[in-house]
Design a protein around this ligand. Structure first.
Ligand SMILES: [Mg+2]
Length: 250
C-alpha cells in the first residue's frame, strides 16, 4: 500500500527523534539541564549569576545535541570554556563530562521516580506508517534510548535504532550534523530523499536539511513553530495525529 500519511509520495522511511517526539521527556531534559547549569553558574566566584533559560538557551544550544556537545555549546554562548575531562568523570567534576554526567544522573533519577509517558499520537502514527509498509527508525542523541523505549513498550516499533550508544560506537557526530539520520536511512536501505525526519529540536531541523532528506516534519509541543520553520521544517504540527488525518492521496 502507498497511502502517505501526510507525506510526499517519494517517502518510504520515517526517522523519529525520541525526546519530545515519541516521549514526553523534552521538558524533563530542559529542567535537569537547568538544575545542572544553574548550580555550575552559581558557583562561579566573582561572576554575576545569569541563570540558564530552560526555553531559549535549551532550544538554541542544547536540545537534540549529544550531551557533551550541549555542555560545550551552551558554555561557549556565555564565553566559558571547560576542560573536557574524562567520560567517567564524577558528577561534581567541573569538566564538560562532569556536567554531562551530573545532568544524566538527575535525568535517570527523574525517569525512575516519575516514569516516562509516550505521545499516543506518535505511537498511532508509527503503527499506521508500518501498516502501510513504511520503514521506521529512532534517531536520538540519548544514550538511554533503549531503556526509555522499553519502558513504554515501543521498542518493537523501530527496525533501526541510532542512539547515543550506537553513535559513539560508530564515531558518528550528533545533530545538528546529519550523520545519525543518514546512518538510520542507510541501515533501512533508503536514500535520504526517500526518508522523512520527525524532530522537535532546532538542531534536528538543521540535521534534516543538511542531510538532504525528502521531508522534514517539525513537531512543536511548546510554541516554537516559527523557529522550526526557520531551521528548515517542511511542515510543523503540534501532534502527529494532525498529519495522520491527511492520510490518503488525492
Ligand atoms: Mg527531541
Amino acid at each position: 500500500m502507498t497511502t502517505t500519511l501526510g507525506l510526499p509520495e517519494a517517502i518510504h522511511a520515517c526517522l523519529f527523534d525520541l525526546d519530545g517526539v515519541v516521549t514526553r521527556t523534552a521538558a524533563v531534559h530542559a529542567a535537569v539541564w537547568k538544575e545542572t547549569f544553574d548550580a555550575f553558574l552559581h558557583a562561579r566566584v566573582g561572576e554575576p549569576f545569569r541563570p540558564f533559560d530552560a526555553d531559549a538557551d535549551y532550544a538554541e544550544y542544547v536540545d537534540g545535541r549529544p550531551r557533551a556537545d550541549g555542555v560545550r555549546t551552551f558554555l561557549a554562548s556565555r564565553g566559558i570554556e571547560l576542560p573536557d575531562g574524562d567520560p567517567d568523570d564524577p558528577p561534581d567534576a567541573r569538566t564538560v563530562h562532569g556536567l554531562g554526567n551530573r545532568k544524566n544522573d538527575l535525568l535517570l533519577e527523574r525517569i525512575r521516580t516519575q516514569g516516562v509517558e509516550a505521545y499516543d499520537g506518535t505511537l498511532r502514527y508509527i503503527e499506521a506508517a508500518r501498516a502501510r509498509g513504511l520503514r521506521t527508525a529512532v534517531v536520538s542523541a540519548s544514550a538511554n534510548t533503549r531503556d526509555v523505549l522499553r519502558s513504554i513498550g515501543a521498542e518493537h516499533l523501530f527496525e533501526v535504532r541510532i542512539d547515543g550508544v550506537v553513535a559513539a560506537e560508530r564515531g558518528l557526530p550528533g545533530k545538528p550534523r546529519p550523520d545519525t539520520f543518514l546512518a538510520a536511512a542507510h541501515d533501512l536501505g533508503v536514500d535520504p530523499p526517500g526518508a522523512a525526519v520527525f524532530e522537535d529540536a532546532l538542531a534536528g531541523m538543521d540535521a534534516g536539511r543538511a542531510g538532504n532528506f525528502g521531508y522534514v516534519v517539525g513537531v512543536d509541543r511548546v510554541g516554537r513553530t516559527d523557529a522550526l520553520y526557520a531551521h528548515g521544517a517542511d511542515v510543523v504540527v503540534r501532534d502527529l495525529d494532525e498529519l495522520r488525518g491527511q492520510g490518503g492521496r488525492a
